[in-house]
Design a protein around this ligand. Structure first.
Ligand code: FMN
Length: 221
């Protein structure tokens, strides 16, 4: 989470039981240009397991950035952001606008894999309800070979007060891929329900900001 998941916070969450943490989203264009502030955001200075979250669609930016990238101890892979609803990103066809761009996402995942790194995806259900109903997110999940798919169960049009739609997860799990649920997860009852549906994991955002102990409290075997 932007301005939240720096390395100190990630380590705090890990010590409280989080299995995997994520850097905030960073634009790969800025990394390719070697922008110092952006490169600092993706530093993983300790052994806390973390994925680096990237946004961007230009293959040449990925190639340029990855050519100089040296993984550190805690690094577990990259996570592509296909969910950011910021109008600025959407205008550029990235963030949540990438949910439809299966061919390009496939190319990006392949480039990352070719450099020897795992790649997961974080996606919303579509830009709007029309895309959600068309199953845009399912098309992406079915057609991409990613290490896992973190599904934020809202469209990009919805705001964070609209309830996440837990009913989509069963369809996601039916694809046979590893699905991580995200959105409004706060209770162990939810975790148990998600496990029963066949979810591979649960991603917790806002509920951890002031209460990182949530990872310990919600952990199940
Ligand atoms: C302050 C803040 C910053 C966020 N930054 C990011 C981000 O950089 N990348 C991302 O994928 N999601 C980001 N999100 C979205 C969350 O990761 C998550 O998908 C969303 O809040 C729903 O999950 P939750 O109900 O557990 O918070 C951010 C959310 C908040 C509140």
């Amino acid at each position: 989470m932007e301005d939240v998941t720096n390395s100190a916070f990630r380590t705090l969450c890990y010590k409280q039981g989080a299995d995997l943490t994520f850097t905030e989203m960073v634009r790969v264009t800025n990394l390719a240009k070697g922008k110092k502030g952006e490169l600092e955001k993706i530093e993983i200075p300790d052994s806390t397991p973390a994925e680096i979250q990237l946004a961007g669609s230009k293959i040449s930016d990925y190639e340029k950035f990855l050519a100089n990238f040296k993984p550190s101890n805690g690094f577990r892979g990259f996570n592509l952001n296909l969910g950011c609803p910021s109008p600025d990103l959407i205008r550029q066809g990235i963030g949540a606008a990438m949910i439809k761009r299966v061919t390009r996402v496939n190319e990006i995942v392949k480039v990352i894999n070719r450099h020897g790194f795992e790649c997961s995806l974080k996606l919303r259900l579509g830009l709007n309800n029309y895309e959600k109903e068309k199953g845009t997110y399912l098309n992406m999940i079915k057609n991409i070979d990613a290490s896992f798919f973190a599904v934020h169960a809202r469209t990009a049009k919805q705001n964070s007060d609209d309830p996440a739609d837990f009913s989509v997860y069963a369809k996601c799990v039916d694809t046979g891929k590893q699905i991580v649920a995200n959105g409004d997860i706060r209770t162990q009852k939810q975790i148990l329900e998600l496990k029963q549906i066949g979810l591979f994991g649960a991603m917790i955002g806002r509920a951890a900001i002031h209460h990182p102990e949530i990872f310990k409290e919600l952990k199940i075997d």
